[in-house]
Design a protein around this ligand. Structure first.
Ligand SMILES: CSC[C@H]1O[C@H](OP(=O)(O)O)[C@H](O)[C@@H]1O
Length: 369
């Protein structure tokens, strides 16, 4: 998407200077936004695992794309079966909740192990690039289907000519290779000339909304207002939210949605106020193996310091990290929650918009359980 009128993806391959063919990856370092725009060059598997774990790259689809390039980086050292299997295990351990990581690693492993060892390195870089291009295509399809949905909602709900959309966390182009998932319909609506406005949940503790969603919407000229996580219910009670659209990290075939912590509370408020609640889901984010989402999905517990400290910019322009808590206070930091399908109005996929109950049929999957 656009950054100061220049088109960017979130991740791209580069020659690393030592070899003529592609041997490294560059990413936008999302831990530096919104105050600094930094590009990081990644040349090893361990550096890619660090980037995923520290959330320099984050968002389910982008985590998948990053893991795919992680396998390509691993193949530089060795493309033998055992080496690739070890790389896969190390990548899978980096973050447990977004199913795209498992999906991408399994796809890369299956693709490479079917080839002669000497062909695997080039094939790894090619397949990782295919995964990235597919992600962009999936998100563009979600944009198109979501645009139709927003037009339909605007006919019945928009007030004063503006469609007010609330989103939680960052499921924009920064969470994917490009275009985004939850924000893809928003960008499509904006570019189609619809009057849209986005309520941006700050999304404590990592503030993906305040630091990333607000930044990317601003770069693209989409009107938006940053709000505290606790304000969304109030806005819904006062008719100021026409639709909620969020992303996902793992969705069951029944339409239960695992997403950033706080999503469930937004879904409850939307349900209580008859506000449509939609989830934008590319098919690699669907885990058809899930039977009981509350039981079967591992909720990542992240470091206490994410809650106890905040990073920001001082009045003199310097970046600083400040402590928020009294000495000795315990911290709990679950990074995701599960919204039951009964609270989900619909799911926006690359194949169209459906109800949770229609998801299996839309993808012609065998019924689980
Ligand atoms: C389009 S996936 C975005 C999804 O990923 C985020 O999690 P994180 O920032 O921890 O990687 C969040 O759950 C978003 O909805």
């Amino acid at each position: 998407m656009n950054i100061k009128q220049q088109s960017f993806r979130t991740i791209w391959p580069v020659a690393d200077g030592q070899a003529v063919d592609i041997q490294a990856v560059e990413v936008i370092d999302q831990t530096s936004l919104p105050h600094e725009f930094r590009i990081v060059r990644i040349t090893t598997l361990q550096a890619m695992i660090h980037a995923i774990r520290t959330m320099q790259v984050r968002g389910a689809p982008l985590i998948g794309a990053s893991a795919a390039y992680g396998m390509a980086l691993a193949s530089k050292a060795s493309a033998e079966d055992a080496a690739l299997a070890a790389a896969a295990q190390a990548l899978l351990a980096s973050r447990p909740t977004a199913v795209n990581l498992r999906w991408a690693v399994q796809r890369m492993l299956q693709h490479l192990l079917a080839l002669p060892v000497q062909e695997r390195r080039d094939a790894a870089w090619q397949e990782a690039a295919v995964i990235c291009d597919e992600d962009v295509a999936l998100n563009k399809a979600i944009a198109a289907h979501g645009l139709g949905l927003l037009r339909a909602i605007a006919v019945t709900r928009q007030s004063a000519g503006v469609l007010n959309i609330l989103t939680h966390c960052n499921a924009g182009w920064l969470a994917t290779v490009d275009w985004g998932t939850a924000l893809a319909p928003v960008y499509a609506a904006h570019e189609a000339g619809m009057q849209v406005h986005v309520w941006v949940d700050e999304t404590r503790p990592r503030n993906q909304g305040a630091s990333l969603t607000a930044w990317e919407l601003g770069q693209h000229g989409v009107p938006h207002t940053v709000i505290t996580d606790n304000a969304g219910g109030h806005l819904m009670q006062h008719g100021q939210v026409d639709v909620v659209i969020v992303g996902a990290d793992r969705v069951s075939g029944a339409g239960d949605v695992c997403n950033k912590i706080g999503t469930y509370l937004k879904a409850l408020a939307a349900h209580d106020n008859q506000v449509p609640f939609y989830v934008a889901v590319p098919s690699p984010t669907i885990d058809w193996q899930i039977v009981d989402a509350q039981r079967d999905i591992t909720i990542e517990e992240r470091d206490a310091d994410e809650v106890g400290f905040m990073q920001g910019r001082l009045d003199n322009g310097e970046l600083a990290r400040v402590s928020l808590l009294p000495e000795g206070s315990a911290v709990a930091n679950p990074a995701f929650d599960v919204t039951p399908a009964r609270l989900v109005t619909g799911i926006i996929t690359e194949r169209g918009v459906c109800s949770p109950a229609q998801l299996v049929a839309l993808f012609e999957q065998p019924v689980n359980g």
